[in-house]
Design a protein around this ligand. Structure first.
Ligand code: GDP
Ligand code: MN
Length: 398
């Protein structure tokens, strides 16, 4: 589960990680109040208005702006809230901005001694260990650094039985070129950051930039936090941080209906029972020259109601030009599923406007095929996996 910057920063702060202070606002009035409150609390007179969307590169898209007084906070917030923000990480149409974070300005104007670093905490799946990845090249996108100057990216792996050791935190501060007070601050920062990562059950922290101010404070100016969904049961208070407006609406609806659905870019809708078979089906569609529009596991009980719900979800994606139903009847009998497909088709009538290729294999497969062939519906039946994928390509070519 991805979080907004302001939510991620609140979690960091709760574990003692120093952050750039900010207050979230839903409209320009709240933005001005937030700015006034920040001035009271921090003494800042300049502010940064930051669009809150689940996408990076906001600065490049015009979603992060400096405001030098309250009037500017008001006009900039008014401009940003409601805009479609396009960044290198969004689609061409962009993401709607519903909220802004009003932050204290931490780059103290006129001073050049600030330094921006990059730091992330994540799981190295090859070694099964957490690692801290960091670089002196903060503020710019890390993919470019990795491509052009890979020697400027460092990693530190953490032994899960020991946790982050003090010498490792010092090494990180040293490699970032810090000494004296700044070094001590960085050691504290890294230590708190790693504790926060572990205790919050996160799967990614990306802090870009980590800032060293001219008075040697180290703080998180940005925060991309991804929580591990499977650990949310341990953090009841985090579950409410989900912002459904940021998620794919079809996926949200499918999940609410208990279907395992992931939206993809292709045009062949897939309805499959079992995650493994669903993966195999996507592979075979690709091999036959097609492109899957989704991953969909309808689960074991593929009855008419479920099949109908699944068809409805698949057809919400306007890119879908054909649907491949690939069901293996193990515990569930194929003829029951076939009846489900036929009933769903009847119920949905005109709503089904693309060809359906149906392959049922396993218990009572023969009866199932007869049921489909005799249903009078325009459902193309197939017995073999390859045959089904080829038939999909045939109907797409028409
Ligand atoms: P991103 O573009 O989505 O990664 O958003 P960031 O939170 O990283 O902000 C983008 C850029 O805005 C940062 O790299 C900074 O250069 C700049 N920025 C952020 N906070 C401040 C601030 O307090 N003062 C000034 N002058 N610039 C800031
Ligand atoms: Mn950033």
């Amino acid at each position: 589960m991805n979080l907004h910057e302001y939510q991620g920063k609140e979690i960091l702060n709760s574990f003692g990680v120093r952050i750039q202070r900010g207050i979230v606002a839903n409209n320009h009035k709240e933005a001005v109040d937030a700015a006034k409150q920040l001035t009271t609390e921090t003494g800042t007179s300049w502010y940064v208005v930051k669009a809150q969307v689940h996408a990076g590169g906001r600065g490049k898209g015009g979603g992060v702006k400096l405001a030098k007084n309250l009037a500017e906070v008001e006009t900039i917030s008014n401009d940003i809230i409601g805009m479609m923000l396009v960044t290198p990480q969004t689609s061409a149409e962009g993401k709607k901005v519903n909220q802004v974070l009003i932050c204290e300005d931490v780059y103290y104007p006129g001073e050049s001694e600030t330094e921006e670093f990059y730091m992330s905490v994540l799981l190295n799946r090859n070694t099964g260990r957490n690692m801290i990845m960091y670089s002196t090249e903060g503020g710019m996108d890390i993919e470019t650094v990795a491509e052009e100057t890979p020697h400027l990216i460092f990693t530190e792996e953490i032994d899960p039985t020991m946790g982050l050791l003090p010498f490792q935190a010092r090494k990180i501060a040293f490699n970032l070129g810090l000494s004296g007070g700044a070094m001590k601050e960085m050691v504290k920062f890294v230590t708190a950051l790693y504790t926060a990562y572990v205790k919050s059950d996160s799967s990614l922290f990306e802090i870009n930039p980590v800032l060293k101010t001219s008075d040697d404070k180290i703080l998180a100016v940005d925060a991309k936090v991804t929580l591990d969904d499977n650990a949310l049961y341990r953090h009841k208070d985090y579950a409410q941080l989900r912002d459904l407006r940021e998620e794919n609406p079809i996926e949200v609806e499918a999940n609410a209906a208990g279907l395992n659905y992931v939206d993809l870019d292709g045009n062949v809708g897939c309805m499959v029972n079992g995650a493994g078979l669903a993966m195999g089906t996507m592979d075979l569609i690709k091999q036959a020259g097609g492109d899957p529009a989704n991953f969909l596991d309808v689960g074991g009980t593929a009855d008419a109601q479920r099949v109908e719900t699944a068809f409805g979800i698949i057809l919400k994606d306007p890119a879908v030009k054909a649907i491949l139903v690939n069901i293996f009847g193990g515990i569930v009998r194929c003829d029951r599923v076939a009846q489900g497909v036929v009933d769903a088709y009847k119920n949905m009538g005109d709503k089904i406007n693309v060809p359906i290729i149906c392959r049922l294999q396993g218990t009572n497969a023969k009866e199932a095929k007869e049921l489909i062939d005799n249903s009078g519906m325009e459902i193309i039946s197939a017995t073999e996996f390859q045959e089904a994928a080829d038939k999909v390509q045939e109907v797409l070519a028409l």
